[in-house]
Design a protein around this ligand. Structure first.
Ligand code: DAK
Length: 260
């Protein structure tokens, strides 16, 4: 895969996607989103891939938002269409991805960058991370899921404080509020993300994909979450991974699960 604005590294069954526009602090332009979408599609099909890490290239920035120079001249209709497209092709794809995705946040994580991290299943931040939704300072509101996913994660009051004042919070504050699952020194960030991703890969990916879908369903529509869990719990019993997992336990050996 050859991309202009993203690059990829591989270790074991984990792929790390770097947003690579360092001169623009890795701001997301349309081409970067297009490339991310293609890359997510390819890794979805690739049976050797068990999990993804998304990070920013360099030490200074994860993603400093959507590319302001690009969206500066959008009309209301263009804004609406692009927001819809971004949700459908990148942000919702990540949120619902059936393989675990970890955001490794290495500096500025602003606007669309924080929304990218929020779409991921898990967030790890380095101590220099700054996380914020500065959209209102530009006369906008978050357009890639920030108004929905941030309150779901840290509560309405804290989310509205961040959205209304537009100021970034420190990594320590984000960790305390539950926006970051883990907080590490910058030099340990990718190692921590890799180890966490690898730890997931010992388990059944099929079961993990059902768990992600059940959790998401309940967050999107709380009245349907329990129903989704029951349906998916039942579906697990017909899978070869269930037979393998239980069989391995009874035979006192490590399970060898299928890939999706
Ligand atoms: N877009 C484009 N370029 C950016 C950028 C951004 N978001 N952030 C930084 N850059 C560029 C700077 O312009 C500068 O480039 P040159 O001017 O040198 O060519 C280069 O990166 C280095 O930046 P600075 O010189 O400013 O670096 P500093 O260390 O002094 O400051 C900073 C770092 C992160 C505090 C500062 O760069 C900054 O405030 N950046 C903007 C942060 C921000 O407001 N981000 C946007 C949030 S709003 C949409 C959906 C979603 C969105 C929009 C539309 N549609 C569906 C249409 C989302 C909007 C947002 O994300």
């Amino acid at each position: 895969m050859n991309f202009k604005n993203i690059s990829i590294s591989s270790s074991k069954s984990i792929r790390t996607i770097y947003i690579s526009r360092q001169k623009q602090l890795n701001a997301l332009n349309a081409q970067t989103l297009e490339e991310l979408s293609m890359c997510l599609g390819q890794f979805l099909e690739d049976k050797d891939v068990r999990g993804l890490i998304i990070t920013g290239e360099g030490k200074k920035s994860f993603v400093a938002g959507a590319d302001i120079k690009e969206f500066a001249k959008y009309s209301s209709n263009e804004g609406l269409k692009l927001s819809e497209k971004g949700h459908k092709t990148v942000f919702d794809v990540i949120y619902n991805y059936p393989k675990p995705i970890i955001a490794a946040i290495n500096g500025y994580c602003l606007g669309g960058g924080l929304e990218l991290a929020l779409a991921c299943h898990i967030r790890i931040g380095s101590s220099n991370a700054l996380l914020g939704l500065p959209e209102v300072s530009l006369g906008l509101i978050p357009g890639y899921g920030g108004t929905q996913r941030l309150p779901a994660l840290i509560g309405r009051g804290r989310a509205l404080e961040m959205i209304l004042n537009g100021k970034p919070i420190t990594a320590e504050q984000a960790y305390e509020w539950g926006l970051l699952n883990h907080l590490v020194d910058q030099e340990d960030l990718l190692d921590k993300a890799q180890k966490l991703a690898e730890s997931f890969s010992n388990n059944s990916l099929l079961a993990q994909s059902h768990a992600i879908a059940a959790v998401n369903r309940g967050l999107i529509d709380p009245s349907k979450g329990q129903e989704e869990e029951i349906k998916r719990f039942g579906a697990c019993f017909q899978t070869s991974d269930f037979k393998e997992g239980v069989g391995a336990f009874l035979e006192k050996r490590r399970p060898d699960f299928n890939n999706l």
